[in-house]
Design a protein around this ligand. Structure first.
Ligand code: NI
Length: 391
């Protein structure tokens, strides 16, 4: 392992350079062109077997070790977000309205440079390593599902993935067995009342009043219908009824998000939200439209692989603390890989001890402490080599 750590330490500057290049040149989900080209080129220069356009825009590279053995996959996503960067970093986004505000630039830099280090150890490696560079993690249906259909997991025995996490202190590895990230679904609702003059409400069905009742009653679903020991979230994030001040709204549009960890609660909320909506409309005999879109399933870490990571993480250079965490309500399409094969998804702390203020993921001022890249590479690298040695 010493050799791997030394190589990665030597390549740290390159890792930062790649991350900053990608940060300055972000591309939106399902529109990535230069990023996958850049990734494919990097792997080709290392002599890896490279497949492009996997599941659309993904890149899969394979390093065959000198000796036969199992196959480990490592996954990094590479898409950015529709956010206008507000920082004045020297490497800030050059693309108007597009920003790497979730550290996927860092994930890609980590995996590329780790691939370079592992390549140098090829003569010692027993088995194969598959580098899965995934497009479009940010927007459902996401890139993972299509990459899997296109065969990126064929022959793979185990998968490891990490997310750099700006609200977790540098030096921490954060993980838990079982559900670690939520299923993330979307609801679209239209209340269809009957508009009219603001001075004459008795001749209308006021969609805004109905929507207000609906939103208020919605708060009781998680507190009164979902079992109190089970985590769940229902949030309305968008409400629209664009009328002049003296008009009763004919209709109101709402959009929201639903987060759960198990199929029973997911289905319960899908059905109960409609019941609340129906009841809210009932009093005034208004109508409604209800659509529930299923996003990513929950990310469920496998028992054995999580125990494997928990045991090795404290020995990794740079790791100061192993944080067994609560589940996070965010979504991740890494979930699909873990539905197919064993593996573990963990968080690498990337919050700088020197920051006065930490900006969360998807914030226009978002940034990471780049030293986390080295910790992520060390951890993924050890997990890979140890797994291949032990199996
Ligand atoms: Ni992300």
């Amino acid at each position: 392992m010493e050799k791997l750590f030394n190589l990665l330490k030597d390549y740290y500057d390159e890792m930062v350079e790649i991350r900053r290049y990608l940060h300055a040149n972000p591309e939106l989900s399902f529109q990535e062109v230069n990023t996958p080209n850049y990734i494919a080129e990097y792997h080709r220069a290392l002599g890896h077997e490279v497949k492009e356009g996997v599941g659309g825009r993904g890149v899969v590279a394979t390093l065959h070790g000198a000796k036969p053995g199992k196959t480990v996959a490592l996954r990094a996503d590479f898409d950015a977000l529709a956010i206008q960067e507000q920082s004045d970093l020297p490497y800030k986004s050059k693309v108007d309205g597009v920003m790497h505000a979730c550290a996927h630039d860092g994930h890609t830099a980590t995996l590329l440079v780790l691939a370079k280090a592992l390549n140098k150890l090829q003569h010692e490696i027993e088995g194969s390593i598959v580098f899965i560079h995934q497009h479009a993690e940010e927007i459902a249906p996401g890139g993972a599902i299509e990459m899997i259909k296109d065969g990126c997991l064929e022959g793979v025995d185990v998968i490891f993935g990490t997310h750099l996490w700006a609200t977790e202190p540098l030096g921490n590895i954060m993980v838990k067995e079982g559900p670690i990230m939520a299923a993330s679904d979307r609801i679209h609702i239209t209340v269809k009342g009957q508009g009219g003059h603001g001075s004459d409400p008795s001749n209308t069905k006021d969609s805004i009043v109905i929507a207000a009742q609906f939103i208020t009653h919605l708060q009781q679903l998680v507190s009164r219908r979902v079992k109190s020991t089970i985590p769940a979230v229902v949030s309305i994030g968008h409400i629209e009824a664009l009328n002049p001040f003296n008009v009763i709204a004919d209709s109101v549009k709402m959009k929201g998000t639903v987060r759960t960890f198990d199929e029973t609660t997911r289905t319960l909320l899908e059905e109960e939200i409609e019941e609340v909506l129906k009841a809210s409309c009932f009093l005034t005999k208004a109508d409604y439209d209800y659509q529930y879109f299923r996003g990513y399933p929950p990310v469920i870490n496998h028992e054995k692989e999580t125990a494997f990571l928990v045991q090795l993480a404290p020995q990794v250079p740079g790791v100061e603390k192993l944080h067994i965490c609560e589940p996070l309500m965010g979504g991740e399409d890494f979930a699909y890989y873990l539905e197919q094969i064993p593996g573990v998804f963990f968080f690498t702390g990337a919050q700088s001890p020197h920051w006065e203020e930490t900006y969360p993921h998807h914030h226009p001022m978002f940034n990471i402490d780049e030293r986390a890249l080295l910790i992520a590479a060390n951890t993924l690298g050890v997990a890979t080599l140890k797994y291949l040695q032990e199996h």
